[in-house]
Design a protein. Structure first.
Lengths: 320, 320
DNA sequence: GAAGTCCAAGAAATCGATTTCGTCAAGGTC
DNA sequence: GACCTTGACGAAATCGATTTCTTGGACTTC
């Protein structure tokens, strides 16, 4: 790979002039032409590492998501990527496995790699943004917020929980349980608070054990559903606060010999490939890509110098 | 963020000594202790960009995949990531959208960012590895091969196509069509060659139009299936050469009012969430994660100095 | 003619970590 | 005692691109 010194020698100018041709304007047309020709002949590509070190910045942003195999997050990543690319930025996708230790490591890497900013679906309320914040790099929290004063984009999760639970009520169900994600995750809590709000408003009983916490994955939803079905007074319907747990719950229902068409299931998020889903399943569609593009837009504004106070944008989910 | 100069000043040594403490061995125990204490007090993290520029290498590898929303590739990515992390490497995941232009751009970025190597699911036979090859950085092709002399890991795709088609035959189907991916993709071609091989060996007719090419996605499979169903002599079964096209094909079958339980479908790859799948669907399970871990292992060996001639490892798919 | 201003462009410094080179001291061998 | 080897460690160079500083020439104004 050719260096700027080789281009300069071939063009008969100094390296500073080569740099000026590509980054600034005070070069005569004659020397500009010589430089561009030399660069083309040598297929010159600036060494991005050297640029990054000198400029203390780069055209790379990090996206930290908790589970690369969850279609919600891959759709969100697509949204981020599409928007970032429009502005000449690359996205480094980091999979935290919902593990705060992994998350911290990626945040440190983002800082020591001079990344232009970070979009973060936090693994917990304890995301440590110290390293990245001390550099003044912008951060946007997506889907879940963080105590740090940073921009955020999220879904109105309580409204999603309300809409899903209301739909189960409207379908005639009264004994409605809830399978939520791990304790301490904001989007989880808001969704089951929506469930509880509807149950309370409708004066429906919430028997002991009707709120189960699981691990966000199909196997967690499966285990929780089995637990619910083993209760003295099993539910006739269930809300799961994410899509993969909904799959696991439905699986447990089928395995227990319960007719899926008569069991009520509401899922926050989309079950993949809807036509294969029993007709009675309520799905609350999350705007995953829109979350991604919105987060990227906000981050790009910060990178571009936007200095207004941190804000939170709330997007609506909708019944599918 | 503290620099090595600040650590050196606090420890009362030169920056070269600080570097030696963390990278070499010729430092007295007394000075080692002073350096480590100073580094801890200042929360020193080496500036990775500076390291990378000086060393002309990094602990980052790139993984280029053609579709981040295809579960096959996200599982492959998980395999790569798990293996790379074991050895202290980070993975940069790049989504090429099966677009050779995007692929080329990412390859150039990998070169100008001094990445340690690239694992590449090529977007076409024309992947241009010139930039990365001129740096001597190792490349491993995964799932599909490339004309460049590099290591490769793939599935025995012809055997997968043979197994899938044979299973349809054994289920009693004789009019078996094939929906393949875009022309020119090696894995696609091997799979439909497997289909054709079985059809020929079993002396089954292949009417005009029984081989459809589609775009790898559910919508492509959907359109191709509709085309097949509109033939004068529609097939009673179909092989799709990837999972998403299988979903689209099944959707078209349902929409056409054909009973999915009586229509034969074989899919190379796993349909998501099997229990929702009509029981007659044949699935040939691809070892996606194993592809990933194998590719990463080979790349790490190359990074570590392995200089033997390029090799290709072929993994087997299996009937689910 | 002298002084001031502006522009183009080369030389040198900068970014932060690593490596190379040179020096000194200690120990061993002849 | 002289010479050689080894280890520790500081000073300087290196990586490649960008930015800052300085200089010279051209032009304008007084």
């Amino acid at each position: 790979m050719a260096t700027i010194y080789e281009v300069a020698a071939l063009a008969g100018v100094s390296p500073a002039t080569v740099s000026r041709v590509f980054n600034g304007n005070t070069v005569s047309p004659e020397k500009q032409r010589a430089v561009r020709e030399a660069a083309a002949k040598l297929a010159f590509t600036p060494n991005k590492t050297a640029r990054r070190l000198r400029k203390q910045s780069s055209e790379v942003v990090a996206l930290l998501i908790p589970d690369i195999e969850n279609p919600f997050f891959t759709a969100l990543a697509r949204g981020v990527e599409d928007k970032a690319q429009e502005s000449g930025f690359s996205v480094v996708l980091c999979n935290t496995d919902d593990d705060p230790g992994k998350e911290l490591r990626y945040l440190q890497i983002a800082a020591s790699e001079q990344m232009a900013g970070v979009i973060l679906a936090p693994a917990s309320d304890e995301a440590d943004l110290g390293a990245i914040a001390s550099l003044g790099s912008p951060v946007v929290a997506v889907d879940r917020t963080t105590p740090y004063p940073v921009d955020a984009v999220k879904v109105d999760n309580r409204a999603a929980g309300i809409a899903a639970t209301t739909a189960l009520f409207d379908a005639g169900h009264r004994r409605i349980a809830c399978i939520a994600g791990p304790v301490g995750i904001e989007s989880t809590e808001d969704r089951f608070l929506g469930w509880r709000q509807v149950m309370t408003a409708r004066r429906a009983a919430i028997p002991e054990g009707y709120l189960q916490h699981a691990n966000f994955r199909a196997d967690g939803g499966h285990a929780a559903m089995r637990h619910l079905l083993a209760l003295p007074e099993p539910p006739e319907a269930v809300l799961t606060t994410n899509n993969l747990m909904g799959v696991g719950a439905l699986q447990a229902v089928v395995e227990a010999g319960v007719d899926p068409a008569r069991f009520g299931l509401a899922v926050v998020g989309e079950l993949p490939f809807m036509f294969l889903t029993p007709p009675a399943v309520v799905q609350v569609r999350l705007p995953a890509r829109h979350l991604g593009t919105t987060a990227a837009t906000m981050l790009l504004e910060r990178i571009g110098g936007d200095a207004q106070p941190p804000r939170t944008v709330v997007l609506r989910a909708e019944l599918a």
